[in-house]
Design a protein around this ligand. Structure first.
Ligand SMILES: NC(=O)c1ccc[n+]([C@@H]2O[C@H](COP(=O)([O-])OP(=O)(O)OC[C@H]3O[C@@H](n4cnc5c(N)ncnc54)[C@H](OP(=O)(O)O)[C@@H]3O)[C@@H](O)[C@H]2O)c1
Length: 302
């Protein structure tokens, strides 16, 4: 089902549920807490200061006591380059990204809760020559981070129960309060531009961007619609390179700086990136376009 573009409006006229958001102080988690509370659900947010999801027995006990009807996992290991060549770091990535999601899905299944998990375009190799990967495309990661996220998709699907695996890419949003949350690309580049008056951005890696508040709203709507278990692609419409997106953001935000396009190998990084990991959303109403999302982001960041 693809209903074409539609503005997502949640009007509060919904069945209230007990919702648990794990990773509630991350960039996405903070928006999930805000959106789900706004539409009337009873939301509990837990982050690293409240729970260590790698401690399986303690996590089980805590979740079972809360009796959530929906468990949303926004916890992840996101240091793409750190885990590429370092076995200890990859161990952490595998535990958090591949094993823990399966354990959480198991708890959800046992208590009859719906499980929502987030994954990434980095499960694909980026070699597709068409108009993007749909939800049925075969994953083939080219980085160890991508392998760990694919491991999570597989462990969740293997458990069964009611689950939604939502792939996103290049998340941006308001800064998160958690210690290890990544700064969004636009904040980082805006800072460099203000300091130096010019920036370079990669122009041979293409993909979709995802505005955290839009993804949170689309996630709430997906649950409201009681869609079947499976994989979903929820990204803002309109693929772009890092360079293209940055030029658009600077134009919208009125940042006066020179932006130069460069190839990816101008910034040597341990982990390979897919060349074109555009995600196609063929199952759900489309999120608004990147420019509109950037406009909202730019206004809210002021
Ligand atoms: N960021 C992107 O560009 C991007 C792209 C594609 C997909 N995704 C996916 O989108 C989802 C959300 O990502 P995000 O960028 O919002 O993540 P994030 O900002 O890094 O937030 C993750 C949160 O989880 C917490 N956490 C980490 N380890 C934990 C543990 N053992 N127990 C409990 N909490 C723990 C972190 O706390 P601390 O900071 O204190 O560790 C942080 O608050 C993830 O599944 C990610 O893989 C993100």
């Amino acid at each position: 089902m693809n209903g074409g573009k539609r503005v997502i409006i949640l009007d509060g006229n919904i069945m209230m549920k007990r919702v648990l958001v794990l990773g509630s102080k991350g960039m996405l988690g903070q928006e999930l807490v805000r959106v789900f509370a706004k539409v009337g659900h009873t939301v509990t947010g837990l982050d690293s200061g409240d729970i260590d999801v790698t401690d399986a027995p303690a996590t089980r006990e805590r979740i079972v006591a809360l009796r959530p009807e929906v468990i949303i996992n926004a916890v992840a290991y996101n240091a793409v380059d750190s885990c590429e060549g370092d076995e200890a770091e990859f161990g952490k990535a595998w535990r958090l990204n591949a094993e823990v999601p399966g354990e959480l899905a198991e708890i959800a299944k046992e208590i009859g809760a719906t499980f929502v998990h987030f994954s990434t375009d980095y499960v694909f190799d980026g070699e597709q020559k068409g108009d993007g990967y749909d939800e049925y495309a075969e994953p083939c990661p080219i980085s160890r981070y991508g392998e760990s996220k694919l491991g999570g998709e597989r462990s969740v699907a293997a458990v069964g129960g009611t689950f939604h695996i939502i792939r996103l890419s290049k998340l941006f949003g308001l800064p998160a309060s958690s210690a290890s949350a990544k700064q969004s690309f636009f904040v980082k580049m805006g800072g460099v531009a203000r300091d130096t008056g010019s920036v370079s951005a990669v122009d041979d890696e293409r993909g979709c961007f995802t505005y955290a508040p839009d993804l949170a709203a689309a996630t709430a709507e997906l649950l409201l619609d009681e869609v079947p278990s499976g994989v979903y692609h929820l990204v803002n419409e309109g693929a772009a390179t890092w360079f293209g997106a940055l030029v658009e953001y600077f134009r919208i935000a009125g940042i006066d700086a020179a932006v130069s396009p460069v190839p990816g190998d101008a910034f040597p990084r341990p982990a390979r990136r897919p060349k074109d990991s555009t995600l196609r959303n063929t199952k759900r109403p489309h999120l608004r376009g990147l420019s509109e999302a950037l406009l909202d982001y730019s206004v809210k960041s002021e």
